[in-house]
Ligand binder design. Structure first.
Ligand SMILES: Nc1ncnc2c1ncn2[C@@H]1O[C@H](COP(=O)(O)OP(=O)(O)OP(=O)(O)O)[C@@H](O)[C@H]1O
Ligand SMILES: [Mg+2]
Length: 673
């Protein structure tokens, strides 16, 4: 157990963006996992597409609006045409009459005056002269041909545009809603899957992977998937629709203008890409240096005492200053370059506007297009450039999704422990307490030599068994095998004559209680920590146990007594914490007990306390005690002396001392000082 407790959670220092090893495979795997949400995702994507398609019609309507307004600002050309035609017809008949246009009646004399005035117009008439002549026209005619804005039409177009924008916004809103629901549900499911998976993985997986790494998969990576999927999928679809749609609409409206807009935007983009590619180097450098600095700080602070004791302050300070300066430099460069982005983007947009305006103006002068087309294209330019940036951003997001899901699915797809086929069950209260290990051979994955070599031992109910031996002898490994944390390669382990292979692992775990060197307490009160996951434990029982262990008095002196929090509580020493775990073990009341170096973390006075507590704990139970201080196991019923995965001596203390072998040497050496 202690092997996988050594790793402190360590997140990838400052690494925010990682690339997937196999982008395609990872995205495919994610999509496969998304299948239960297929309908919702498709629905969201359709909404995104519709929202974009709708907004594509806006510029065309804007064009119409502009044209209607500009028409309303100059003389009424339509009416001049009608007037000319009506008057001409009227005079051709020989008997001219009054005519009515737009409800305005024009008398015969007025008509004659109009004919005379228009006759005076030649090619050389200047604008000023023209306006003078217009002023001299009779009042009814002036009314007919004066500029008039078609308010009705403008209102209609405006309402249409407003509705268009509104529906498009509603679509996008719903798309966002659906997508965020989907991605959060997806992330929740993934977290659930990972937690389930953790219980199915063999312990060797945890030996080979850092706890921090696994933690980061559950939290960071799943979070990244949830977030980036939310941002990238919808954006990508609507941006692509908008991009293609804008190109089509531009070509439908006017192809000369379309080519102008596209070329100018691409030119701008090429420039931006160039700057981006130059800046990427500094961003990478910045991340790497941030990681270095973080690593350095972590190292210094976790070892602050060593640093002080070794007078290494000057040296570490120099190293820190060096890293700090490097980070400052690359930060400065990358920030300057990323600061360039917004003005660059604005420049591309403006560059497009200018190009469209110039070409548009030329075309308008030649009468090829109306003023409204220029206005439409100014919108198109914006609609064309913004999806490009959005696509680029969505692709980066998708890259992170791929990288994160690769790590998450790698974990989910990890090989599980072999399925169990339990044939029997051992009830906790019916177990007598026999344990028999027969020719057990076990090799850790990746090790060449077996750690346990032909281990045979027979333990009777209620015996206190001590396992001693030099470091690395395989003591903890024996415990791991008893608990079935690892599967043995050959041999048998029997509890009450039943092969543990015929039981479920859970059943085996239920029969043992472990107290380890590293006290494991979770965030919660002392009481919660003692009860742990057992039910129906009365307060009196807890107090009784604590009295027996000898911490009742101490707990009562704490401000909140049994309800005081354990984590982050400086009032509780490590020895007292160990006593709390012993109390927990006592409440558990299982037939077998394992104490692996449970007293090595405490001082000799506390050790005595713990020792007494442990003696009470082991009463009537089959127990295994591993201890380096041999004085603590002197009273064991059976001592197994291990060396290199083998039992080399067995017997009780007196017998072993008499034998004057390895144990006697070990024991005496501890008292020679
Ligand atoms: N998870 C593991 N994977 C690979 N090898 C391991 C693993 N755990 C232990 N070992 C190796 O197995 C051998 C026995 O280790 P074990 O932890 O059982 O020793 P120990 O007798 O408990 O030592 P100590 O007194 O230091 O606790 C060691 O050589 C160790 O390197
Ligand atoms: Mg050990």
């Amino acid at each position: 157990m202690s092997k996988n407790q050594k790793n402190t959670p360590k997140h990838k220092n400052g690494m925010q963006f990682e690339k997937a090893k196999d982008f395609k495979k990872s995205i495919k795997r994610t999509l496969k996992e998304l299948k239960p949400f297929k309908t919702l995702v498709v629905f969201a994507l359709v909404l995104a597409t519709l929202g974009s398609v709708l907004s594509l019609f806006a510029p065309d309507k804007l064009k119409e609006l502009t044209d209607t307004i500009t028409d309303g600002l100059v003389v009424n050309k339509d009416n001049i045409k009608t007037l000319n035609e009506e008057i001409a017809k009227n005079f051709q008949t020989g008997t001219p009459k009054e005519i009515t246009i737009d409800n305005i009646t024009i008398s015969i004399t007025d008509q004659q005056q109009y004919i005379e005035k228009t006759k005076e117009l030649t090619k050389d008439t200047t604008t000023n002269e023209l306006y003078k002549k217009l002023d001299e026209l009779p009042e009814p005619i002036k009314q007919v041909i004066s500029p008039k804005i078609n308010i009705d039409k403008i209102i209609k177009i405006t309402i249409f545009l407003a509705i268009l924008y509104m529906i498009s916004a509603i679509f996008n809103l719903f798309e966002g809603l659906v997508m965020s629901t989907v991605s959060n549900k997806f992330a929740k499911d993934l977290r659930a899957k990972i937690t389930k998976k953790i219980n199915k993985l063999p312990l060797k997986y945890f030996d080979q992977h850092q706890t921090g790494d696994i933690l980061s998969r559950v939290t960071n990576d799943v979070d990244t998937i949830g977030q980036t999927m939310n941002q990238s999928l919808g954006t990508l679809v609507s941006a692509i629709t908008l991009f293609i749609g804008t190109i089509v609409m531009m070509f439908i409206t006017n192809w000369t203008m379309a080519i102008t807009a596209i070329l100018s935007s691409i030119l701008g983009f090429a420039g931006m890409m160039f700057v981006m590619s130059k800046s990427q180097k500094y961003f990478n450098e910045k991340q790497a240096r941030l990681g270095q600095l973080n690593g350095h700080i972590e190292e210094i602070y976790t070892g602050i005492n060593v640093v002080r004791v070794s007078n290494a302050r000057e040296c570490t300070k120099k190293e820190f200053d060096k890293l700090n300066k490097k980070l400052k430099n690359s930060n400065q460069k990358s920030q300057f370059l990323s600061g360039l982005m917004p003005p660059m983007m604005a420049f591309i947009g403006n560059f497009g506007y200018v190009a469209v305006c110039i070409v548009g103006a030329l075309l308008t002068i030649n009468g090829k297009i109306t003023f409204g087309v220029i206005v439409a294209f100014m919108t198109y330019v914006r609609m064309f450039t913004s999806p490009l940036t959005q696509i680029a951003q969505a692709m980066t997001s998708l890259q992170s999704t791929a990288a994160a899901s690769e790590r998450v699915f790698e974990f989910i797809d990890e090989k599980e422990m072999q399925k169990e086929k339990p044939t029997t069950r051992l009830a906790k209260d019916k177990v007598k307490g026999n344990i028999e290990l027969q020719n057990v051979i076990f090799t850790y994955d990746g090790n060449e030599k077996p750690t346990i070599n032909n281990f045979t031992a027979k333990i009777k109910p209620g015996q206190k068994v001590a396992i001693v031996g030099p470091t690395g002898a395989g003591k903890t490994t024996i415990v791991n095998l008893l608990m079935r944390f690892y599967e043995i390669n050959s041999g048998t382990i029997k509890i009450d004559n039943i092969n543990t292979k015929d039981l479920t692992r859970e059943n085996v775990h239920e029969l043992f209680t472990m107290v380890l060197q590293d006290t494991w307490l979770f965030e919660g009160t002392i009481k919660e920590n003692i009860i742990y996951n057992r039910k129906n434990i009365k307060n009196e029982k807890i107090r009784e146990v604590c009295k027996e262990v000898g911490i009742d008095h101490f707990i009562k002196t704490l401000p909140e007594g049994y309800n005081s929090p354990v984590t982050g509580n400086e009032d509780i020493s490590s020895g007292q914490k160990q006593l709390i775990t012993i109390a927990r073990a006592m409440i558990e009341n299982s037939p077998f007990l394992i104490l692996d170096e449970a007293t090595s973390n405490v001082d000799t006075r506390t050790e005595e306390l713990v020792q007494t507590a442990m003696d009470k704990l082991t009463k009537g139970k089959t127990s295994f005690i591993i201890a380096h201080r041999l004085s603590t196991i002197k009273n064991a019923d059976l001592i197994l002396v291990m060396k290199d995965g083998n039992i080399i001596e067995t017997g009780n203390h007196d017998e072993l001392i008499k034998e004057n072998g390895f144990y006697a040497k070990l024991y005496n050496s501890q008292f020679e000082l």
